[in-house]
Design a protein around this ligand. Structure first.
Ligand code: FUB
Length: 339
């Protein structure tokens, strides 16, 4: 899974040794930070890693998380508050196991927490839970979102007020099992010379609880306008999508998984197509890399994780660093460690 490399194997090359930023909290393990500014504060919606004692396998079964804690802070480098358990697996009636990377949104006085979890048939679905407070606790809906699949929901509200969700992750994230449109537990990745499996997206209904339209694939193209191929492991989408808008352009960013980059592609519509532009962050320590991008008080930040505290791939810690752009809007590559 996030996974094809047995966790613990340090296959990737990590440049530099000194981390550029510190773990935001160290009393619990946290990962996959989705950051949003609500009421002038930064709220972080992370996965809550813990040692579940589940044997590592290629499907990422050892990422067996069972609740979420929401973090908040008034300032970058300020005090971080842990708001306690915001949603517990045992309170989601349809859920089986593995609460993976969540995201959140706000509309008309309600906060929405979107989360991927395997249902009782072991198929990843996306659930929604609601709260009157950005810090929770959140109350889950009785069913997953209709037609939802795979992992890593990222929710983006455009300047016109329309909200979209991006989803998907290959390997342990099961996207390859939906290739035909129907769930196939034996679904494999596409052939190396074929266009890579694409993340999916749809606009959300006005009540934020369902997809307003069928899920569509988003195209990630090279500069010649050709889709990135499955064998292009350094650039193709793997998991952990995120959308932000800057000066009228849509920036879709994601993890390349087995090559451990955070990459981005830009387009003129939330539906794409998106053209690959480059690397936002070089590999971190640990197999997975997962991020969000948010503007706060006129500066842009990337929230990400590594395994500084534990050295173990499934026990991660969230961090933040400033994201800088060139005059043309392109993003400067961040090295998470320096010498
Ligand atoms: O935290 C579990 C999974 O690991 C996430 O859903 C993926 O994006 C990867 O970070």
């Amino acid at each position: 899974a996030l996974l094809g490399i047995a966790a613990g194997s340090e296959a990737q090359t990590v440049k530099g040794t000194k981390p550029i930023s510190k773990p935001l909290v160290s009393h619990i393990y946290t990962a996959d930070p989705s950051a949003h500014v609500f009421n002038g504060k930064i709220y972080i919606y992370p996965s809550h890693d813990y040692e579940a004692g589940v044997k590592e396998d290629d499907l990422g079964s050892h990422f067996a998380m069972k609740d979420y804690h929401i973090l908040s802070m008034d300032a970058i480098n300020g005090k971080v508050t842990d708001h306690g358990v915001a949603l517990d697996l045992k309170d989601i009636p349809w859920a089986g196991r593995q609460l993976w990377a969540p995201d959140a949104a706000y509309k008309n006085g309600t906060y929405y927490l979107y989360f991927p979890v395997k249902d009782k048939q072991d198929v990843f679905r996306i659930g929604v839970a609601t709260s009157k407070s950005p810090a929770g606790p959140f109350k889950p809906q009785g069913q997953p979102m209709k037609n939802s699949l795979s992992i890593d929901p990222a929710v983006f509200t455009d300047t016109d007020g329309k909200t979209y969700m991006y989803i998907g992750g290959i390997w342990g994230g099961q996207l390859q099992r939906w290739k035909t449109g129907k769930y196939d537990p034996n679904g494999k990745e596409v052939a190396p010379d074929q266009p890579a499996l694409a993340p999916k997206m749809a606009r959300l209904t006005d009540n934020m609880l369902e997809f307003a339209e069928p899920l569509k694939e988003i195209k990630i193209l090279d500069k010649a306008g050709k889709p990135l191929l499955a064998k292009d492991n350094n650039r193709r989408f793997f998991e952990g999508g995120w959308m932000h808008k800057y000066k009228g352009k849509y920036y879709f960013s994601y993890s390349t998984g087995d090559t451990h980059y955070l990459a981005y592609a830009t387009g003129d519509s939330p539906y794409g197509p998106f053209t690959y532009q480059g690397v936002i962050m070089n590999p971190v320590k640990g197999w997975t890399t997962h991020h969000s991008i948010v503007e706060f008080k006129g500066k842009w930040y990337i929230f990400y994780h590594d395994v500084e505290l534990s050295g173990k791939t499934h026990l991660r810690n969230v961090k933040v660093a400033e994201l800088k752009r060139n005059a043309d809007g392109s993003i400067q590559t961040i090295d998470p460690y320096v010498n």
